[in-house]
Design a protein. Structure first.
Length: 156
């Protein structure tokens, strides 16, 4: 029985390693566009505080998804204390939009074309973000100089 259990464990490890290797090969073959595909969890956001210095915020929850056929969606829930926050992206402490995307590897940017959003003013807009992959994470920031924020996403 022990031999059979060991064989099953070894087979599971081998299959898992093969799946990870296949994903990495697919990502490499598709370049950065392939690296975006999948589900990401918000690790932190950085934005200017009242005095202008950048503050790292970790109490927001979010999901970012990219599909291989060029679709995307993002949702971010602010904590209850920030439920009244509203701006061009956020309505009552919640951010949500979906649409299509394009990656420009040379410029290291991704552009989201918004088909739908919790804030109607974003619908029809194209939002360009600078990106950087590192250590299993994805850092993104707006390319607009007046928008001084960044996000860190990690794979689920």
């Amino acid at each position: 029985m022990r031999m059979w259990t060991r064989a099953v464990v070894v087979a599971c490890i081998a299959l898992s390693a093969t799946a990870v290797s296949a994903r990495r090969q697919a990502e490499t073959a598709q370049g950065d566009r392939g690296r975006f595909v999948g589900a990401w969890r918000l690790a932190w956001m950085e934005e200017p505080g009242p005095d202008g210095t950048m503050i790292r915020i970790t109490d927001r929850k979010g999901t970012l998804m990219y599909t291989g056929d060029g679709r995307m969606s993002v949702q971010i829930q602010f904590p209850a204390a920030q439920s009244a926050v509203s701006n061009d992206y956020i309505s009552n402490g919640y951010e949500a939009s979906f649409g299509t995307y394009e990656v420009d590897e040379r410029a290291q940017t991704i552009t989201r074309h918004v088909d739908g959003s919790i804030t109607r003013g974003l619908i029809g807009q194209s939002l360009t973000r600078a990106y950087r992959f590192s250590d299993g994470g994805l850092t993104m920031r707006s390319v607009r100089p007046e928008e001084r924020w960044s996000t860190m996403w990690v794979r689920y």
